[in-house]
Design a protein. Structure first.
Ligand SMILES: [Zn+2]
Ligand SMILES: [Zn+2]
Length: 202
């Protein structure tokens, strides 16, 4: 489902049969109702074929697989010449960085006026910016539950522990449910009214 080495998800595509997309190509994420363990998210993504398709992603695949914690593949450890599990190595790296105060993902919560750590299951809507390098990102804050819209680089979304030093923030209070937010999201995003905020989490 998720490939740690290419940081991409595999989905079905009616044209290509199968396609690999990075998180920044997701357009909408919605948790399916009901108490599944783990929870399942319905996503929509922009496909390389030019279309947009739906897909299903488990909570684990969204939040933990990018950190390599689900990866059953092995690699030859050049330090020890032993064959090690990728997930143990990547898990160690992730744990060390989190302990050092680095977060895999972060965003700027506009209602709280502060940066917050976050995981992709809190992302709700994404839209590509005109420059091709950035995406508008609507995040439901895990702490205050309100929605903020940030303008961030693709790498900020796609690569764990790569955080923009500064992000664009839309100074607007959004509705909490995704359906109501979607129209506001696109309207605010293209109005270009972003304010720069620093993302240091210390
Ligand atoms: Zn496709
Ligand atoms: Zn918040």
């Amino acid at each position: 489902m998720y490939d740690t080495l290419t940081t991409s998800y595999t989905f079905a595509c009616p044209v290509h049969g199968e396609t690999h997309v990075r998180l920044s190509r997701f357009r909408r994420l919605e948790q399916l109702p009901g108490a599944q363990h783990p929870a399942v998210f319905r996503v929509e993504f922009d496909c390389g074929c030019g279309g947009a398709h739906p897909g299903l992603v488990s909570h684990d695949d969204l939040d933990w697989a990018p950190l390599g914690l689900d990866d059953d593949r092995t690699f030859v450890n050049l330090m020890t010449s032993r064959t090690d599990l990728l997930r143990v190595e990547l898990g160690d790296v992730a744990a060390t960085r989190i302990k050092a105060g680095e977060w895999p993902w972060s965003f700027f919560c506009f209602p709280e006026e502060r940066p917050r750590p976050v995981t992709p299951s809190s992302f709700r809507l994404l839209a590509p910016a005109a420059d091709g390098d950035h995406v508008g990102l609507a995040v439901r804050c895990p702490v205050c539950s309100r929605v903020s819209v940030n303008l961030v680089s693709r790498a900020h979304v796609d690569v764990p522990f790569v955080n923009d030093r500064e992000v664009g923030v839309v100074e607007h209070l959004f509705a909490e449910d995704v359906a109501a937010t979607a129209d506001e999201f696109h309207a605010e995003l293209w109005s270009g009214s972003f304010d720069a905020r620093r993302l240091g989490l210390e």
